[in-house]
Design a binder for this molecule. Structure first.
Ligand code: F6R
Length: 243
């Protein structure tokens, strides 16, 4: 695990964008794993800027998002499919239909999750996965206690995650869905390069556990210690509990 601590969120975004650019330079038809949430926003801004300057292209690439709320209407602004389109996909040159996400409105959820797993593996797996981490240590929406072998499935969000995400729902925790579909830890561990971003004091304990804690399902991010190629990008506040 490579841990990089940089003062400015913009510097972190540059390092992450450089990793994506290097991936696309070597493999223009790369498969990218896309996180939502605040952590990757500056990365998406940087990638959109480079794309508009003609420095890189997603035209041959594919993308898979990590997770989705269950039951949010198709036109809800916080549906992750809508969020990733708004924050990133619509700002670069992905081909139509090149980015997929789990279907949080599926009638048959187990079948939709199995189909999502199949589409990732039919695409050849994820080359580079962008990740954030929850303050409770979740990766995607694999909350504490998630199996390290898990695949895409429905999960219950913890109270902590719903409180953390209430900022996207008018600070109303009751408006945050209770369930989600999420790639499993087993799914994420198959991506060939994991690039995780964390900023701010609120992430310090989760980052400490991720990097220095004992591997435990109680801190799901700790499974990344077993991955051969992980880049962890931190600001000083998120790194403040590291030894
Ligand atoms: C979102 C996701 C989550 C977030 C995590 C951190 O697709 O997978 O694991 O990365 O909740 O969220 P932010 O970045 O908003 O602090």
């Amino acid at each position: 695990m490579e841990v990089v601590i940089l003062d400015e969120p913009r510097q972190l975004a540059h390092v992450a964008a450089d990793a994506v650019a290097a991936q696309l330079a070597g493999t223009p038809d790369a498969t990218l794993g896309l996180a939502t949430g605040s952590s990757p926003l500056a990365v998406y801004d940087e990638l959109a800027a480079r794309c508009s300057r003609g420095e890189l292209s997603f035209a041959a690439a594919r993308g898979f998002t990590l997770d989705e709320y269950v039951g949010l209407p198709a036109d809800h602004p916080e549906r992750y499919r809508t969020v990733i389109d708004r924050d990133f996909v619509s700002r670069v040159d992905f081909a139509p239909g090149a980015v997929a996400g789990p279907d949080g409105l599926a009638r048959d959820i187990p079948a939709a999750c199995a189909a999502y797993e199949r589409s990732i593996s039919e695409a050849g797996g994820v080359d580079l996965q962008i990740l954030g981490i929850g303050s409770d240590g979740h990766i995607a929406f694999n909350e504490p206690g998630s199996s390290f072998a898990s695949r895409t499935r429905i999960k219950t969000l913890t109270r902590q995650t719903r409180v953390d995400n209430a900022r996207f729902f008018g600070d109303d925790v009751d408006a945050v869905p209770t369930h989600c579909l999420t790639q499993g830890l087993g799914t994420i561990m198959e991506a060939r390069h994991l690039v995780l971003l964390a900023t701010g004091q609120k992430k310090a304990e989760a980052v400490h556990q991720l990097v220095e804690g004992a591997v435990s399902a109680l801190w799901p991010g700790t499974i990344l210690q077993h991955h051969p190629h992980v880049t962890v990008l931190l600001d000083p506040a998120a790194a403040s509990r590291l030894q």
